[in-house]
Design a protein. Sequence first.
Length: 310
Amino acid sequence: LTSIQKNQSYYGMCLGHGASIYWTGKSGREFVTGIYSLQYQNEMFTLNEESVIKLASPSKCCYLDNSIGAYFTGDNRGTLTLHNPINDLQILRQYKYGDAKKMIHSIEKIDNLYAVSRDDGIIACWDIRTKGVHPSIVFEPNDDVEAWSMKGIDINQLIAGFGNGLLQIFDTRTSSALVSHTLETGICSLDTSPITRSILATTVISPEHEASICLIEQNSFNIIDTIKGAHMDTTIWSGRFVPQKNSFVSCSGNGDISKWNIDPTREEYAQNIYNNFYSNNPIISMEYETDQPSILYAQSTDKLFVIYDE
C-alpha cells in the first residue's frame, strides 16, 4: 500500500495507459484537473505530477477514452468538457444541454456516444464525431430525481442508477427506456462483469434503510443477491468487479475496502474475503489497473491509494 497526500481535495478519478491517473479536485482555492504518472521504485509507488490546469467550476467526475485519446470532465453547471490528454489537457470543446445549471454526476461511453447523468435525472448523449454541440439523444426522467451513476452493458444499452433507488436500462438505438428495478435507497455506483454477466450496484444509507450491495443478473435483470451490513452504518460509495475473476471490491464512508468472492454454487452467493481500513475519510471511488489487475487504485476525499491486491 502507498498513500499519496497533497494539499488538495479529490473529486473524481480515472485511469490511463502506462500507469497514469487522471483526476479532478481542488487545489488551494482553485478547481483543477490533472494527470499523475505512477512509478515503482525501491519497493514504493510514487506519483509524479504531469499536468494540471484550472477549471471554471468544480468537476465531480472525469472519463478517459484511451481508444481515441479523449479526456472529459463534467462540472456542477452541466458542462461536459473535452480535453486533449497529450497536450497539457488543453480544452478542445464544450457541450451542454439546456440552460439549467445541473451537476454532472457520471460520464460513460456507449458505442460512439458519450453520455452524462445529471442532477435533474436527465441523461444526455453526444456524438463528438459531429461538429454540433447539441446531444444526439436525451432521456428525460419521469420524476425530477438525480441520476447518480451509469454503466454501459451492451453496444447500444446503458444502465443508470437514480437517487430514489430506480435502476433503469436505456436503449440508445431506439431512444427508449427498457426494464427497471427499484432498490431501497439511491444508487451511487454501477459496474458490470463479462465473466458472470452480472451487474453490481451499491447504495447510500438512509434513515429507514441500510446501504446495500446488490448483484443483478444482466440478461434477466433479476436480483441474484443483496448484501446488507457490509460496511457498518454508512454509504457504500463504490463497487468494482476484479478483472478476470469472480470477485469484487466495495468501499465506504468509513474509509474501508472489502473484497468479496462470488460462488454461484453456494447458498451465500458472495462471501467476504477481507475488510481493511485505509483512511479516516470516505473512500469514494476505485479502479483496477487494466494491464495489472492486481493493482487497485482508490480515492478518498484527501488521498490517492495504490493497493497491491493479490
